[in-house]
Design a protein around this ligand. Structure first.
Ligand SMILES: [Zn+2]
Ligand SMILES: [Zn+2]
Length: 103
């Protein structure tokens, strides 16, 4: 899994992390240094990534909420990665559902 890390113009404390999804999309998520909130994108195909210091627990909560609210009953395989921001390592959590949507 390869992630591309970019610092947006005039936002030196933010990273944008994207990957080339197998469905053809390029999902991206932003994280601001020190924020308690991970950024995320849930791709049209069902894959989802969270970027931030709390990426792993926040992805788990997000998927649990979708399950309990009946929005998404799929089960997800979770993996954990790390990217390098200008200020140091940032966790990336990645979920792949057992059934993918068509792009
Ligand atoms: Zn996708
Ligand atoms: Zn797509």
């Amino acid at each position: 899994m390869e992630f591309f890390v970019r610092v947006p113009l005039n936002k030196p404390s933010t990273v944008e992390v994207r990957y080339d999804c197998a469905c053809g999309c390029k999902p991206r998520a932003r994280f601001e240094r020190g924020s308690s909130q991970a950024g995320f994108e849930h791709c049209c195909c069902g894959r989802v990534h969270f970027v931030g210091d709390e990426a792993v627990p926040q992805l788990e909560v997000y998927l649990r909420d979708r399950r309990t609210s009946g929005k998404d009953s799929r089960s997800y395989a979770l993996s954990q990665y790390q990217v390098t921001a200008p200020w140091g390592p940032v966790p990336v959590a990645f979920g792949t559902p057992d059934q993918l949507n068509v792009h």
